[in-house]
Design a protein around this ligand. Sequence first.
Ligand code: NAP
Length: 283
Amino acid sequence: MSDPLLLDGRIVSQAMRDEVKERTDELKRQGHDTCLATILVGDDPSSATYVKMKGKACEKVGIESKAVVLPADTTQDTLMQTIKELNEDPKVNGILLQHPIPSHLDERAAFEAIHPDKDVDGVTSASFGRTGLDFGRFPSCTPGAIISILDYFNIELEGKDVVVVGRSPILGKPVSLLLLNRNATVTICHSKTQALAEKVSRADIVVAAVGKPEFVKGDWIKEGAIIVDAGYNPGNVGDVEYDACYKKASAITPVPGGVGPVTIATLLKQTVESAEKSAGLLV
Ligand code: NAP
């Protein structure tokens, strides 16, 4: 078989960032700034790095970032009050609560406190419901990124058999809803799924969202299948056995440089959409 098409997320991400920059410039011309507020609770180094990366990405496309840092022993009341203030701040268009947050805090309650119109990271149940009902914004960023990659490379979804491995609330479940909205036939697999390899082997498109390095094996894959690897494990390893899957696939996302960069670009895109909506430029 010939080499598969590389679904290069860096290309998709750059195209999306260029478009976001044009849109923030246009907003600026009309007197509106665009701002993403990030909340970091505690001093987890990877969370701090992620927040920093997102701040830098914002800067490059003309989005201001307002970084709120709370100590690790922050109370639930303080966190909820912080979110309330950001909800009420007309200068803030999007709110991102970096997760995971310290275990003494109720993460779900904090997510739910984010106003759905500012939920550019797509973590509230309102956003999840809107994703399921296929109206309004915003989907969770990684699922949105996966659809953007497939669209960018003109991969038809209608009528395709898609197997999603993983059913987390931020990834497996919402990406399944987005694929279903696009008329794919979706099978959602999880840790209690029986005969997983056999199910994967019937898929036209496989989405791996497991969180286990090289979990999806090359010999599970149908010749010519399309593989989207959302996994990101230590050592830049995805959730699929890349070399073996590469030999079978007609298209595949690399790790790194696949879904990851498009996830950040999706956050930027959703922030500018929120700003356009509050400026009355978008319904
Ligand atoms: P998660 O919350 O840990 O969920 C993992 C899912 O995999 C669960 O639904 C679990 O099933 C399922 N699973 C675990 N073991 C399995 C098995 N043996 N067979 C079948 N399914 C199994 O993880 P997540 O947050 O969705 O993240 C998944 C991956 O995506 C991770 O590698 C993460 O780093 C990556 N990720 C990447 C981005 C990005 O921007 N690229 C963003 C978010 C996450 P149960 O529900 O039955 O437990």
